[in-house]
Ligand binder design. Structure first.
Ligand SMILES: Nc1ncnc2c1ncn2[C@@H]1O[C@H](COP(=O)(O)OP(=O)(O)OP(=O)(O)O)[C@@H](O)[C@H]1O
Ligand SMILES: [Mg+2]
Length: 366
């Protein structure tokens, strides 16, 4: 038995190859007891494969996995004390809700009184007590999803695994179930690994997000860390909507320190000031929300081509002065239709600018 520091889940040097193709590469991840960790990435990046290795449904090619401090690398799914909710949470059509929820416990030969207690408890938590004697066909999509989650709760596992559990639901129900999952985690405090390609789900549910690309972890961080200080250009471009502005610049000496300059651009950048080399090329990364209108500031001069009013704020899209074809997005408060086809001066909060090395793609502000 291999004792680990983390009582939750630990992946060490995990590699998965299908034939010659490595779909998960050198994965290291520590999940603390009670944490809600979201694996986020585009289709095919290896999220489900990783989750299935944690569940024991897929073997690992290299490396080790431990759950609750116990090495389970070679243990079968049943010995891992986990419960998993899939995207297609097939319920048994001929069983009612209570029977669906208790199926695994009955199979394991649990005493009837204990089974009843757990089913009642889970039903109360999920607000499905009045549905216990219904068949799956008599339930809505959201209710079915709750039953699928109830099946997991009754097993009182060490670890919850979710693979895109909300992607079959319509947008409104998805938002509602997302909140319910957050409440559920708050109440049960179970260690959870949740796979999604929806960044809103990731940002709202996760205590930490693990961002995958092509089978490799790009960054592990809190929602705020990955949003405000993305580790590299990939994460910076992946997280956030509208996306981060990337501006090709070079470092120059300004009156009050180093600035990043380009045609129509002059940015002071606090966090990376000491590391920038005069004359060298950089990519400035500025969130649309980090820009504000400021007459006379002229850090960014923008010719506004499109104005999108969203109710409480306006998205301005335009080109940098002197850089036709460039594209900058800014989000400003209120209805600013008046700015269409005008030239505006924008200021960026220096502490919210990120600077990337175009060669290594890494964020120099970390
Ligand atoms: N049994 C298998 N044999 C061969 N290749 C596989 C197998 N299972 C998955 N793959 C490949 O591994 C890669 C990762 O697949 P995986 O299902 O983990 O992606 P994912 O991140 O969950 O994507 P999605 O968001 O589409 O569900 C893909 O390129 C996939 O084609
Ligand atoms: Mg998947």
């Amino acid at each position: 038995m291999n004792q680990t520091a983390s009582a939750g889940l630990s992946l060490r040097g995990v590699v998965k190859r299908f034939g010659d193709v490595a779909v998960v590469q050198e994965l290291d991840l520590e999940v603390e007891q009670g944490e809600f960790v979201v694996l986020l990435g585009e289709s095919g990046c290896g999220k489900s494969t990783t989750l299935r290795m944690i569940a024991g449904l897929e073997s690992v090619t290299e490396g080790s996995i431990s759950i609750g401090g116990r090495d389970v690398t070679h243990a079968g799914p049943v010995q891992r004390d986990i419960a998993m909710v899939f995207q297609n949470y097939a319920l048994y059509p001929h069983m009612d809700v209570a029977q669906n929820m208790s199926f695994a416990l009955r199979l394991a030969g649990q005493p009837k009184a204990e089974i009843d207690r757990r089913v009642q408890d889970a039903a109360r938590i999920l607000n499905i007590t009045p549905l216990l004697s219904r068949k799956p066909r008599e339930l809505s999509g959201g209710q079915r999803q709750r039953v699928a989650i109830g099946r997991c709760i009754v097993r009182e596992p060490k670890l919850f695994l979710f693979d895109e559990p909300l992607s079959n639901l319509d947008a409104k129900l998805r938002g509602h179930m997302r909140t319910e999952l957050a409440v559920l985690h708050e109440r049960l405090g179970k260690t959870t690994v949740y796979v999604t390609h929806d960044q809103v789900e990731a940002m709202t549910l996760a205590s930490r997000i693990v961002i995958f690309d092509k089978g490799r972890i790009q960054q592990v961080g809190t929602p705020s860390e990955v949003f405000n200080r993305p580790a590299n250009l990939f994460v910076a471009g992946f997280i956030g909507s509208p996306g981060m502005n990337f501006i090709q610049c070079h470092a120059a000496q300004g009156p009050a320190g180093v600035v990043l300059q380009a045609e129509g651009v002059s940015l002071s950048v606090l966090p990376a000031m000491g590391t920038l080399k005069i004359g060298k090329d950089y990519v400035a990364g500025v969130r649309p929300q980090a820009l504000r209108l400021a007459e006379g500031a002229s850090q960014l001069v923008l010719q506004v081509d499109v104005v999108e009013y969203l109710g409480t704020e306006t998205v301005l899209v335009g080109q940098l002065a002197g850089q036709p074809g460039s594209r900058i997005t800014a989000v400003v408060p209120g209805d600013r239709h008046d700015l269409l086809h005008t030239r505006v001066e924008l200021q960026a909060d220096p502490s919210r600018i990120n600077v990337f090395d175009p060669q290594s793609q890494r964020n120099l502000c970390l």
